[in-house]
Design a protein. Structure first.
Length: 432
């Protein structure tokens, strides 16, 4: 059992961070020029064919690149497969009180979508069961903050809109917002799943709408998807086209360089970025990789702050309420459990200073950890199989429930007092 769990954890962690170094290859083996790295890693036509035309985990979307499809990945608890399906409106399949009015929509990446569990084991379903009303799940694995925001403003203009909107920011979502195409950071994982799941079954990370800095003006600019049609997606199979499309993707270069996956990086754009962000950096050879990592974090935080302000403007203009959830179990929670300083302090301060309604799940886990006499690894095994296990999603749901109930203007039926509550089971009784 433990061996199976370890295998699942490793596979899931690769999906989350997509670091080629985690695949057991040395840094020296990974070092290539940026052009070599891109040209050698393009997807095959077969991958695109399956993604566009067959049953697979994700399906094409002209705006955010891809959204959830119907599939059963081999990534669940105890090496089980997980049933991951989507409703006609694009949300992950839900069951709890689905015929009743939905007041809460959720957006984010795989921790919102709830990878590695079945449809009925998501935190949205656990919370909906407790509140007695449905919660929609528009999360999608691999999304950054910007892609989740774009999905949000699109869905909230349809008849699936909700008064209450949750934007969940996980881990390196800050950096994902800046990428034109995330496939180059997940290509080894894609190659691996081509063997375990079938070619193209888990394909994702294609081009999408994103945000990046204009190095001429120093301003953040929202950019549209470079490949907005299914047929255009086949350009990803052309090494020359891919290099031309990505050669000035600064965030991608910085990510690969800081991870020691490419051999060099142009200094001039970094100096410009450093100047615009007012982030002095040591560009000497001995410190360059760590300096690039620091600058990339600063760049990504600026993007997240921009997106959060846009999200707040949108909900305010449309008579909605926004709640932000932040969580980074591998880079923040573990750091805090060790008594060290979190790297994302800038985002926490921004949320506080601008009076966002937010929940910090990192702190929730730090407090929960105090109740146990466990090592950090043992504690993580209680809740995680890479992503949250079903137990982890249950813990998450009940950790945020009080804040959710407080947030709602009209209390859920399960929280109305006896004078307000009418014992009426219409819409709750179902045949099966």
């Amino acid at each position: 059992m433990q061996a199976k769990l370890n295998i699942t954890l490793r596979a899931a962690f690769l999906l989350i961070i997509a670091s080629p170094l985690a695949l057991g290859k040395t840094a020296e083996q990974q070092k290539k020029s940026f052009a070599e790295y891109i040209r050698e890693g393009v997807p095959t036509r077969k991958e695109i064919d399956v993604f566009l035309n067959d049953i697979s985990w994700a399906r094409f979307d002209q705006d955010v690149g891809y959204i959830l499809g119907n599939y059963m990945p081999h990534d669940g608890l105890d090496s089980s497969s997980t049933i991951s399906t989507v409703q006609s409106g694009g949300a992950r399949t839900s069951f709890m009180y689905k015929g009743k009015l939905c007041r809460i929509n959720t957006y984010g990446n795989s921790f919102t979508q709830c990878n590695q569990v079945n449809d009925g084991e998501t935190w949205q379903e656990y919370l909906a069961a407790h509140l007695g009303e449905p919660i929609r799940n528009f999360g999608m694995g691999g999304f950054g903050v910007y892609q989740a925001y774009r999905r949000m403003i699109r869905e909230e203009k349809t008849n699936q809109n909700a008064r209450y909107v949750i934007l969940y920011i996980w881990g390196d979502d800050h950096i994902r917002s800046l990428l034109r195409c995330r496939y180059m950071l997940t290509k080894q994982w894609n190659q691996r799943t081509n063997q375990t799941e079938g070619i193209g079954r888990m394909f994702h990370g294609n081009f999408w709408s994103h945000i990046e800095i204009d190095l001429e003006t120093g301003k953040l600019v929202e950019e549209e998807n470079l490949l907005p049609t299914p047929q255009s997606l086949y350009k990803m199979t052309d090494p020359d086209w891919m290099y031309e499309a990505l050669k000035d993707d600064l965030a991608l270069q910085m990510y690969l360089y800081k991870n020691n996956q490419i051999s060099d990086i142009a200094i001039r754009p970094l100096k410009r970025l450093s100047k615009y962000l007012r982030c002095p950096i040591d560009f000497s050879d001995g410190n360059l990789r760590s300096s690039v990592a620091e600058l990339l974090d600063k760049y990504s935080f600026e993007a997240t702050k921009y997106i959060l302000n846009k999200a707040e403007e949108f909900v305010s203009a449309n008579n909605k309420k926004l709640m932000v959830i932040i969580f980074d179990p591998y880079r923040v929670t573990r750091t805090l459990l060790k008594g060290e300083i979190r790297y994302d302090r800038e985002i926490v301060d921004f949320l506080k200073e601008n009076e966002f309604n937010y929940i910090d799940m990192n702190i929730v886990h730090v407090e929960d950890y105090k109740d146990f006499n466990l090592s950090i690894d043992e504690y993580f095994r209680r809740y995680f199989i890479g992503h949250y296990s079903p137990v982890g999603n249950h813990f998450f749901a009940y950790s945020i429930k009080d804040r959710i109930v407080e947030w709602l203007d009209l209390k859920p039926i399960t929280y109305k007092d006896s004078a307000q509550r009418m014992i009426e089971f219409k819409g709750y009784l179902q045949d099966y």
